[in-house]
Ligand binder design. Structure first.
Ligand code: S3P
Length: 166
């Protein structure tokens, strides 16, 4: 199947954007990020979309951005952490090389930072990340063709493992 060389999924704090850039460098392709696609189309930040239009609207925009990127992007694609919640997106991922960057609570909190502006974490970074990790881990696993653990590892180590595996 044509499309991205690799699609990275996983929760906030898994390092998707950073690892995508490293993989793209190694392969000599470009990295794309669906959060940035949505922001560019809308001309406003993800946080503003959540606040002004609500999460449901963001999810629609995100699903459209993922569908477009899967057909037109042939580099590395990083999906927003919640993109796999959409059933249509999960179906579209079938047949692609999907890498789940797995992360535990402690490392996710460390990487996201306590002062994050990510809308889903406002009001309690630790407890909210825990809830997201618990709820979504099975979903990430169900779409993944490769699972890579990121805890205690640098983005370069994670990228190297993916480069060896793909
Ligand atoms: C979200 C993850 C974010 C962004 C939005 C919602 C989520 O992307 O799409 O804040 O539901 O997990 P990152 O995973 O790139 O931070």
């Amino acid at each position: 199947m044509s499309g991205p060389r690799a699609v990275l999924v996983g929760p906030m704090g898994a390092g998707k954007t950073t690892v995508a850039a490293l993989l793209a460098d190694a392969w000599g392709v470009t990295a794309r990020d669906t959060d940035q696609d949505v922001e560019a189309t809308e001309g406003r930040s993800v946080s503003d979309i959540f606040v002004e239009s609500g999460e449901a609207r963001f999810r629609e925009l995100e699903a459209a951005a993922v569908a477009l990127a899967l057909t037109e992007h042939d580099g590395v694609l990083a999906l927003g952490g919640g993109a796999v919640l959409d059933p249509g997106t999960r179906e579209r991922l079938a047949g692609h090389r999907v890498v789940f960057l797995r992360v535990g609570l402690a490392d996710a909190v460390k990487r996201v930072g306590l002062g994050t502006s990510r809308p889903l974490l406002v009001g309690g970074v630790r407890s909210r990340i825990k809830a997201l990790l618990d709820e979504r881990a099975p979903v990430y696993e169900s779409v993944a063709t490769l699972v890579v653990d990121t805890d205690g590892r640098t983005p370069q180590q994670v990228a190297d493992e993916i480069l060896e595996a793909l």
